[in-house]
Design a binder for this molecule. Structure first.
Ligand code: ADP
Length: 372
C-alpha cells in the first residue's frame, strides 16, 4: 500500500498529513512549531493518540527528519520506501503555474523567484521542498499552488488601473490565494446542493487568520479578494486587507515608523488587522472573550472584521449577479457561529437568512452553511 504525505510549510512551522493511497485515508497528521527557536514542538496524531515532544529544531530539514523518524517510531510506517509521493502547498505560483507541477530544479527556482509575491510564505514552502528532496530524493514531488485556481479570472478582475508597464514589466496584477480551499469547498457545496457545479454561482469565504472571499461561477474563480499578495482584501488577524494606498506615503512623511519597505511590510502584514485594532490579540477566540468582558477595542475589531466581509460579499453578489450559496470555511468560518450569524444577518436585503439551528450545528467541520 503506497502512502503520500501533504506538506504545508510556514516560516516557523510544518503542518503535514500522511494518506494511504489511492483511498486517501488519513493515517496520521501532525504539526511542527517554533522551528528555529528554542523548545520547538512536534505533535503527531494517529489512531486517537496524540504524541507531543519538545526539542530544539534548527531548520526545515531537521523538522522533516523528525517527522519521518516519528512515523517509524510510532510504527505508522515500517520503512521510508512506503512513502511514494509528497505534495507541497505553495502560496504564490504567479503567472507560471496554472496547475500543480512536478517539482524539478526549474520549478523550485521559479518558486524561489516568486518569493517577491509572497514573502511570508514562498521561502518557507521552498525550504520544505528542499528538505524532502534531500531526505527522500526519489519520491514523486508535486507543488500545489494557492494561486492556480484564480488563473481563470478575467483580465478586468486581475488588472490594476496602474500604468500598463507595471503589469507588463513588473507583473503587478491580482493573483489571489487560498485557491485550493476555495475550489474544494465550492465542489463540496455543489454536492450538498445536488447540482452540477457548472450551473452554480457561489461566494466562498475562507476566513481564518488569513482570509479571502472568492466569486465562483460555473466552478471557476472569476474574482477574489486577495490581490498581488495575500495582504489585500478583507481585514485579517494581523493584516490590513484593503486600505487607501495614499496612507503609506502620508505615514512615511509624518511618522518615524514607515522608513523602509521592510517597515511598511511588517506593519501592514504583522501588526494590523484584529491585532492592530484590538491592541490585544490577532486570534478571534481571544477577541470574542474580550468582547464578552466588555472590551470596547475588541468590539470594534470584530465590527470592522464583519463589515469588510459583508462588503466583499456585496461586491461579489454584483459580480455574479446573484448567488446560489455563500460558503464559510477555515478556522473562523467553520467554527464561529457568531461571525456567520453577524455576516449573514447584516445582508438580509439580498435574500440571505440565517437558520439558527443549522448555523449552530453547522459548527462542525463538514457542514456548509447555505444562505442565499
Ligand atoms: P490560518 O490557517 O490562516 O493560520 P486558521 O484557518 O487555522 O488560520 O484560523 C485561525 C483562526 O480561527 C483564529 O483567529 C482562531 O481564533 C479562529 N477560531 C478557531 N476556532 C474558533 C472558534 N470556535 N470561534 C471563533 N474563532 C475560532
Amino acid at each position: 500500500m503506497s502512502k503520500t504525505i501533504s506538506i504545508n510549510a510556514g516560516s516557523s512551522s510544518v503542518k503535514w498529513q500522511l494518506y494511504s493511497m489511492p483511498e486517501e485515508k488519513v493515517l496520521a497528521k501532525g504539526l511542527i512549531e517554533r522551528i528555529g527557536l528554542k523548545d520547538s514542538i512536534s505533535t503527531v496524531k494517529f489512531n486517537d493518540r496524540s504524541e507531543r515532544q519538545t526539542l530544539d529544531i534548527a531548520d526545515h530539514t531537521q523538522a522533516v527528519k523528525i517527522l519521518l523518524d516519528d512515523l517509524k517510531r510510532f510504527e505508522i510506517i515500517q520503512s521510508y520506501d512506503e512513502i511514494t509521493g509528497v505534495g507541497h502547498r505553495v502560496v504564490a505560483g504567479g503567472e507560471y503555474f496554472k496547475e500543480s507541477a512536478l517539482v524539478t530544479d526549474d520549478v523550485l527556482e521559479k518558486i524561489e523567484e516568486l518569493s517577491l509575491l509572497a514573502p511570508l510564505h514562498n521561502p518557507a514552502n521552498a525550504d520544505g521542498i528542499r528538505a524532502f528532496k534531500e531526505i527522500l530524493p526519489n519520491i514523486t514531488s508535486v507543488a500545489v499552488f494557492d494561486t492556480s485556481f484564480h488563473t481563470t479570472m478575467p483580465e478586468k478582475a486581475y488588472r490594476y488601473p496602474l500604468p500598463t508597464k507595471y503589469y507588463t514589466e513588473n507583473k503587478v496584477r491580482k493573483y489571489g490565494a487560498h485557491g485550493t480551499s476555495h475550489e474544494y469547498v465550492a465542489h463540496e457545496a455543489a454536492k450538498l446542493l445536488g447540482k452540477p457545479i457548472e450551473e452554480l454561482k457561489l461566494i466562498t469565504c475562507h476566513i481564518g487568520n488569513g482570509a479571502s472571499i472568492t466569486a465562483v461561477k460555473g466552478g471557476q474563480s472569476v474574482d477574489t479578494s486577495m490581490g498581488f499578495t495575500p495582504l489585500g482584501g478583507v481585514m485579517m488577524g494581523t493584516r490590513t486587507g484593503d486600505i487607501d494606498p495614499a496612507i503609506i506615503p502620508y505615514l512615511m512623511q509624518h511618522t518615524d515608523d514607515f522608513n523602509t519597505p521592510e517597515d511598511i511590510s511588517r506593519i501592514l502584514n504583522r501588526e494590523s488587522g484584529l491585532l492592530g485594532i484590538s491592541e490585544s490579540s490577532s486570534d478571534m477566540r481571544d477577541i470574542h472573550t474580550a468582547m464578552r468582558a466588555g472590551d470596547e477595542k475588541a468590539l470594534l475589531a470584530n465590527e470592522i472584521f464583519v463589515d469588510r466581509i459583508q462588503k466583499y460579499i456585496g461586491q461579489y453578489l454584483a459580480v455574479l449577479n446573484g448567488a446560489d450559496a455563500i460558503i464559510f470555511t477555515a478556522g473562523i468560518g467553520e467554527n464561529s457561529v457568531t461571525i456567520r450569524k453577524m455576516v449573514i444577518e447584516g445582508i438580509s436585503w439580498f435574500g440571505c437568512d440565517v437558520d439558527p439551528e443549522k448555523n449552530f450545528f453547522g459548527c462542525n467541520r463538514r457542514h456548509l452553511n447555505r444562505s442565499c
